[in-house]
Design a protein around this ligand. Structure first.
Ligand SMILES: CC(C)(COP(=O)(O)OP(=O)(O)OC[C@H]1O[C@@H](n2cnc3c(N)ncnc32)[C@H](O)[C@@H]1OP(=O)(O)O)[C@@H](O)C(=O)NCCC(=O)NCCS
Length: 150
């Protein structure tokens, strides 16, 4: 069974190890720990049988929520883990008055693009040569929320 919960500082070793497995240029353990501790960031972890198998993070900047990391261990992919973590991040982010959620994704990362589309994100733009390692372009994907005017 997959369960998702907010990350605790003691999850940092698992979170950093998953980041290293999943990204060419992972955030440092210090940066990830700061995100876990920050009031204006949300980090969730997914567990299967007590093992942390994925994490996802969102940072609030002004009235925007930036999805900064979504990663699942290779042998636990295609089971709905990322989908559950995204749902949880989106629900938890409702405590902030956000006008949008946004993220960048490699144009070749079809799995991630499909995941975000399934959560309602739409492609709103691109950044040329965004990734230093391959010069690959990034797609910008976002969800916009209605903001009530007083
Ligand atoms: C992108 C990533 C986070 C997706 O994680 P995941 O846990 O495999 O994602 P999900 O299982 O929720 O969804 C992936 C697919 O599995 C399918 N799936 C979900 N549950 C399933 C199940 N029980 N059986 C079969 N397929 C299933 C989903 O429908 C989805 O299919 P689609 O790609 O055809 O739409 C993962 O591939 C990853 O960590 N990649 C490396 C890091 C990365 O690129 N992160 C994103 C950076 S922007």
């Amino acid at each position: 069974m997959i369960t998702v919960r907010e990350a605790l500082p003691e999850d940092i070793n698992d979170v950093y190890s998953i980041a290293c497995e999943c990204f060419n240029h992972p955030w440092s353990a210090d940066m990830l720990l700061q995100e876990i501790r920050k009031d204006r960031s949300i980090v969730v972890v997914a567990e299967v049988d007590g093992e942390v198998v994925g994490f996802a993070a969102l940072a609030v900047m002004f009235d925007e929520g930036h999805i900064t990391n979504v990663a699942v261990k290779k042998d636990h992919r295609k089971k709905g883990v990322a989908s559950m973590m995204m749902k949880s991040l989106m629900q938890l982010s409702e405590k902030f008055p956000l006008c949008m959620l946004t993220l960048e994704v490699r144009i070749s990362n079809v799995d991630a693009i499909n995941l975000y589309k399934s959560k309602g994100f739409v492609i709103v733009g691109a950044r040329a040569n965004y990734y230093n390692d391959t010069n690959e372009d990034a797609l910008i994907m976002s969800i916009f929320y209605e903001v009530e005017n007083e």
